[in-house]
Write a protein that binds this ligand. Structure first.
Ligand code: ADE
Ligand code: ZN
Length: 348
């Protein structure tokens, strides 16, 4: 396809307007400080920070664990179904405004069931927000249940069991939380069970952890996507495998900088991943904590790496290719995307 030259100052508008899917967003990571304080007050939860400014000031992370400690503390204000609804509603409103036409949303039930919140409360609240957002803005949203990898496989099995009465409300399972020291193979049996149940399977791997964890996620868990996966560039054989199979990577640029995986966006390896022919996508991970939603990730990364309309088209196309929607829906969105880019003029 011929793509027009787009002046650098016009590119943010193109990135904003193009239809896209978001495939790596932790709904608990979309909880803004203002909503944390509102829910804390509504539920009578005491927070260890006096106000929104003090909480935001604590968002200076040195690695994944330093972030996770604050992220789990923030989630402690979520108690009732309406809290989960409000959190997901706020994210979906922003996503729809970013021209996200489809979102596959992670949630961490163990963070809530450990505090006595029932699985039903969590899933019903999130599911109703997804339903309402579809009615209101036409955005399609699906849920992916994540197992916390710092907990045991037995606890993951218990979580799966508790979630099965709500099987129709989530499309797959993932693996998140503290990566190093918790290799994918720790969850081999529970992932095998999830595959038997017909659930989609994804896992965080190669965010901070070594390429060996990506190999394990592929060969032991047999995942359909790798979340992050940026450490793959350290392993040429792995790069070749990912390029040949086009198992997607859901990359999160602002997250990678906030968690010190890369010193700054100009040093991010996204262009290398893209140039090697991998099915890379751009995502926000935990937007309330990392300084931006999906379009902020696109705009800042494109400026830092000097990317243009060709890469924008490829990344949005990849986001649909990597999604778990049916073939007809996928083709419809890819057609819409092509029409959008074909309709662009120099002055756009
Ligand atoms: N970036 C991330 N890595 C691992 N677990 C997470 N949970 C929320 N965000 C995460
Ligand atoms: Zn993540």
């Amino acid at each position: 396809m011929h793509l027009p030259h787009i002046a650098p100052d016009r590119l943010p508008s193109v990135l904003h307007r193009m239809p896209k899917a978001e495939l790596h967003i932790h709904i608990e990571g979309s909880l803004e400080p203002e909503l944390i304080f509102k829910l804390a007050q509504r539920n009578g939860v005491r927070l260890p920070y006096p106000d929104v400014q003090a909480l935001r000031a604590a968002y200076a992370f040195t690695d994944l664990q330093s972030f996770l400690d604050i992220y789990y503390a923030g989630a402690s204000v979520l108690l009732k179904e309406e809290d989960f609804f409000d959190m997901a509603w706020a994210y979906l409103e922003k996503a729809a405004a970013d021209n996200v036409v489809h979102a596959e949303i992670f949630f961490d039930p163990q963070t809530h069931t450990a505090r006595g919140v029932s699985m039903g409360t969590v899933i019903r609240g999130l599911h109703h927000a997804c339903q309402r957002a579809h009615q209101e803005w036409g955005i399609s949203a699906r849920l992916i249940l994540c197992f916390l990898r710092h907990l045991s496989e037995a606890e993951a099995f218990e979580t799966l069991e508790a979630a099965l009465p709500y099987r129709e409300h989530f499309i797959g399972v993932g693996l998140d939380s503290s990566e190093v020291g918790h290799p994918p193979e720790k969850f081999a049996r529970v992932f095998a069970r999830c595959r038997e149940l017909g659930l989609h399977v994804v896992a965080h791997a190669g965010e901070e952890g070594p390429p060996a964890y990506i190999w394990q996620a592929l060969d032991v868990l047999r995942v359909q996507r790798i979340d992050h996966g940026v450490q793959a560039t350290c392993d040429p054989a792995l790069m070749q495998r990912l390029a040949q199979t086009r198992v997607p990577l859901t990359v999160c640029p602002l997250s990678n900088v906030k968690l010190c995986v890369f010193p700054d966006l100009r040093r991010h390896n996204l262009r290398q991943l893209l140039d090697a022919g991998l099915c890379v996508t751009i995502n926000s991970d935990d937007p309330a904590y990392f300084g931006g939603y999906l379009n902020d990730n696109f705009v800042q990364l494109f400026a830092a790496l000097d990317l243009g309309p060709r890469e924008a088209y490829q990344l949005a196309l990849n986001s649909f290719e990597a999604s778990f929607v049916d073939e007809a829906t996928r083709r419809g969105w890819q057609r819409q995307l092509k029409d959008f880019f074909e309709g662009l003029r120099e002055h756009d």
